[in-house]
Write a protein that binds this ligand. Sequence first.
Ligand code: BTN
Length: 253
Amino acid sequence: KAGLTTKYIGKNVVYEQSVSSTQEIAHRIASDGAEEGTVIVADEQLGGKGRLGRPWFSPIGSGIWMSLILKPKIPPQQAPQLTLLTAVAVIRGIKEQTGLHCDIKWPNDILLNGKKLVGILTEMQADPDQIHSVIIGIGINVNQDFFPEEIKEIATSLKIEKGEEINRASVMQSIMVQFEQLYELFLDEGFLPIKHMWEAHAITIGRRITARTITNSIQGYAKGITDDGVLLLEDDLGTIHKIYSADIEFNVT
Ligand code: BTN
């Protein structure tokens, strides 16, 4: 793409019109030796994947549906940190192109005016002690004018919030530039500087929430995240729970 100033993120772009899921393609070409920084982007996904086995609505031409292949030399337990890093990169890219300020709902939802704008899905191919590749899926609602009935109360797009059509390629480029900067910082200095940036956008911390996991649901006060990006939730008995993955709901009271 013209104007892209990154060294390796997005230098290789595989563009498809219609795919089942860009995640599937990324997994396949990553195991076939695709280089770090390779991006798969599609105009439409017929089987877009969300977290926790949910579908991700990816209609033609209106969003950024992309997967990024990384091959970081970090322990597999640290891979979730890349999800938080991605959220910061996406927020910065969106701000740069549209002036809009987004918030992060732990771990990886990006909200605009309280509605979901971006979803991030991190998957990896790894042995217990070694990462082969991390596939970061990013779905951004850009130019939708409306959403299906089931999600219209909870989803939004850049166009809806900004009131004008947004150039998808420019947003994507900004995100890749931001991503590369943060990724290099992360590889050089670790997660701490990224954690601080993430916290500046996080709306989960300091609030009363319910965290629903597949097996149970815990209510309490979101105290913060650990250096690994794990959410610390204090229940009413004062017990601190480490939440690795859950759906978060804000409690009103
Ligand atoms: C979520 O549930 O919030 C995560 C949604 C991730 C969607 C993106 S769109 C590009 C990539 N390909 C997929 O099938 N999913 C991710």
